[in-house]
Design a protein around this ligand. Sequence first.
Ligand SMILES: NC(=O)c1ccc[n+]([C@@H]2O[C@H](COP(=O)([O-])OP(=O)(O)OC[C@H]3O[C@@H](n4cnc5c(N)ncnc54)[C@H](OP(=O)(O)O)[C@@H]3O)[C@@H](O)[C@H]2O)c1
Length: 321
Amino acid sequence: METIRFEHTGGPEVLTLTEAPDPSPGPGEVLVEVAAAGVNFIDTYHRTGLYPLELPSGLGLEGAGTVVAAGDGVELPVGTRVAWANTMGSYATRVTIPVDQAVEVPDSVDLDVAAAVMLQGMTAHFLSHSTMPLDGEDTVLVYAAAGGVGRLLVQLAKRRGARVLACTSTEEKAAEVRALGADEIVFYRDVDVPTRVRELTDGQGVDVVYDSVGADTWEGSLDSLRPRGLCVFFGNASGPVPPLDVRILAQKGSLFTTRPTLGHYVATHDELAWRAGSLFDLIEAGKLDVRIHERYPLADAGRAHTDLQSGTTTGKLLLVP
Ligand SMILES: NC(=O)c1ccc[n+]([C@@H]2O[C@H](COP(=O)([O-])OP(=O)(O)OC[C@H]3O[C@@H](n4cnc5c(N)ncnc54)[C@H](OP(=O)(O)O)[C@@H]3O)[C@@H](O)[C@H]2O)c1
């Protein structure tokens, strides 16, 4: 098999395609032939060391493929199509997955589409259904709305009835986000975000901010909320949010904040199956627009990272072994 590995943290050039013997599945695991592996921002945090890993290491958490062998105690037959979002080393032609981390993919959903919605889609799902169960009373501000998580979050928030103010950086991205149903566009690089948000909300501020940009935007996010609003910091595209003095939450309106991560929202297999199943149902019904920005050969994982970190992509980047 072939796999992407890295020995030192650093730029995209540290990612190397290497040959390795096929792993054999242990008890409770399946060996999967990978059809597509998802590229996510967290992979860049692992590569740079922002989120430290023991090195050398494989990379990539997400993918979809077909079971080619099963370990002891596994009931999934060879040939089952599965997807996953939390198995390190998924940038590979073959990978072993604990079955409790895998979900079956319905026949009508392509494996590359399944790979495209596991991590970013389940994130959009927990943000809109669980961190804050949105409804028609809510107005939300979504950062990086044309990105991988952002496109899906805009759609799921709209499906729940919320009014969506979408932050993005270019006219092209804005056109795409409008087509997904966003109510207003905020060019957050060009305007004072809290001022623009208050203009769009009769001076009130929004109920929820979903901020994945972090270092560059966190303060404007807090200032865009109504009193007792919720700020969800869920990513670090521009760098992490600095340490926060909680007194600021009182000064700015008895605000709430949280820093969620997907693992805690797919804590059981039932919860994982619910979130993934909800996304597959929408895809089967033609009600979720999943955009694949580009498919890259496994050997081009570094180029995929460069593209994702350039901020110019929209939708999902996939490695197709
Ligand atoms: N907490 C969780 O469980 C969880 C799970 C999945 C993802 N996330 C987070 O969600 C965010 C989005 O992830 P994604 O994979 O879907 O990526 P993405 O949104 O497709 O790409 C990142 C986007 O962020 C914006 N951006 C702002 N400042 C940037 C900078 N300095 N460098 C690069 N991009 C910048 C760009 O959009 P604009 O041009 O519109 O500004 C860019 O397209 C990431 O922060 C990620 O860590 C968190």
